[in-house]
Design a protein around this ligand. Structure first.
Ligand code: PGA
Length: 251
């Protein structure tokens, strides 16, 4: 079955509003092919500004996080309900930087997934192992636990709206990417787990993105792997030209 590739720009805590607007104008002007879906994840504060500026149809917009609760006294947090009400399409859930720096647990990530779906956002669920786990050869066990304790709490209907991102923590922001063989092996493993838990049909339809130092010069072989359905791009997404060439590599 053929899955349309998805290329996402995760800007993290980078770019001023002016730089973000310039990036968007450049990408809008040059994004002429529609072979892939494109989702942009700016900081919360710019999402609606950029949605207003954007005249095209190909780019969808997402947030990098949402609260595990619907509403209430949680200073500094943004809820899925608020994102939905602002017209946001996607939300990243369980990014390793949230797990590491903000103590997000598999349980909290499960709640975030539920919140996102309740408010009609498409979640991008991130999973992936740190270096010591990879060195010990325990990456499958580790990722399997992340899936079981968060993602697999969803029903078959719910999981159909989810995109998975496999992001080996040792490859994020380090300049070291997983080889296409390492990526393919883990993507196939994740798809197999989805098939076991839900069905072969659901596993065949769900998109699994690769994230971790994906750049213009290594994107093509990664995207050519049969179970790699695109990328969640951090550092290399900050430059419009680099991002555009990564989108082209998904062709
Ligand atoms: P990177 O980040 O491309 O800078 O490694 C990927 C991500 O964290 O989504």
């Amino acid at each position: 079955m053929s899955r349309k590739k998805l290329i996402a720009a995760n800007w993290k805590m980078n770019l001023t509003l002016e730089q973000a607007a310039e990036w968007l104008a450049e990408v809008e002007e040059n994004l002429l092919e529609h072979h892939a879906d494109v989702v942009l994840f700016p900081s919360f504060i710019y999402i609606t500004d950029l949605m207003d500026l954007y005249q095209g149809e190909q780019i969808l917009f997402g947030a990098q996080n949402c609260s595990h609760l619907e509403t209430g006294a949680l200073t500094g947090e943004v809820s899925a309900m608020q994102l939905g009400s602002a017209g946001v399409d996607y939300v990243i859930v369980g990014h390793s930087e949230r797990r590491i720096h903000f103590g997000e647990t598999n349980e909290a990530i499960k709640q975030k997934l539920k919140m996102a779906l309740k408010h009609e956002l498409f979640p991008v669920f991130c999973c992936g192992e740190p270096l010591d786990v990879r060195n010990a050869g325990k990456q499958e066990e580790y990722v399997s636990r992340q899936l079981t304790e968060s993602l697999f709490a969803l029903s078959a209907d719910e999981i159909a709206d989810v995109t998975i991102a496999y992001e080996p923590v040792w490859a994020i922001g380090t300049g070291v990417n997983a080889t296409p063989e390492q990526a393919q092996e883990m993507h196939a493993f994740i798809r197999q787990q989805v098939a076991k838990k839900y069905s072969g049909k659901i596993a065949g339809e769900i998109r699994i993105l690769y994230g971790g130092s994906c750049k213009p010069d290594n994107a093509k072989p990664l995207f050519a792997c049969p179970d790699v359905d695109g990328g969640l791009i951090g550092g290399a997404s900050l430059n419009a030209e680099d991002f555009l060439s990564i989108v082209m590599a998904a062709k």
